[in-house]
Design a protein around this ligand. Structure first.
Ligand code: AMP
Length: 184
């Protein structure tokens, strides 16, 4: 079983309610499986929702937030650990290193940036960690369609698609996390 999963997701409080339900369900599922959450450390949006669900259900949540976002993303002071760092690069490095797998829920530009880094670094051979996309409501379809378009215009290898797994439900995500080895 996976020991820690790094979750990237929306910092918006206005995301659709269905996404909050999925984040809550996954947070509860992580806690029940004793899989630690590693995430961006905020209280806002799906980020805060999944962290709250982990903590409420007796799990472990570690957050990493840069000092300049402490107020804007309302650093979560009810976590197992909150790490305040100086730069986005430090945060991203710790987020990328501490998880045994990446899970990406719906999100905006920050989430997409983090997803791109996880995929491109895997392609470059910097890590071999699973990358799971929660494709609730087909949220990621336009982006994965664009990836196919890039490949069809020969600007990327179609191999990119093998670097991530698209999941259509929170339960599918939890089932895949159950099947992953503890350290990959
Ligand atoms: P968003 O998906 O835009 O709601 O952002 C989700 C998380 O990504 C938040 O914690 C943001 O601080 C973070 N974020 C925003 N922009 C970037 C970026 N360019 N690189 C890395 N993380 C970012």
């Amino acid at each position: 079983m996976t020991a820690n999963v790094t979750v990237y997701c929306s910092s918006s409080n206005n995301a659709p309610g269905e996404y909050f339900s999925a984040a809550e369900h996954i947070g509860q599922g992580l806690a029940r499986r004793n899989i630690g959450l590693v995430y961006g450390g905020g209280k806002v949006g799906l980020m805060g929702c999944i962290a709250d669900a982990v903590m409420r259900n007796g799990g472990t949540a570690r957050g990493i937030i840069p000092r300049f976002l402490e107020q804007r993303e309302l650093a979560h002071h009810g976590l197992s650990e909150l790490h305040i760092v100086e730069t986005m690069h430090e945060r991203k490095m710790m987020l990328a290193e501490w998880g045994d797998a990446f899970l990406v829920l719906p999100g905006g530009f920050g989430t997409i940036d983090e997803l791109m880094e996880a995929i491109t670094w895997k392609h470059l051979g910097h890590h071999k960690k699973p990358i799971l996309l929660l494709n609730i409501n087909g949220f990621w379809d336009p982006l994965t369609g664009f990836f196919r378009e890039i490949a069809s215009q020969k600007m990327a290898s179609p191999d990119y698609a093998k670097h991530y797994t698209v999941c259509s439900s929170a339960d599918e995500v939890l089932g895949l996390l159950d099947a992953l080895p503890a350290s990959v």
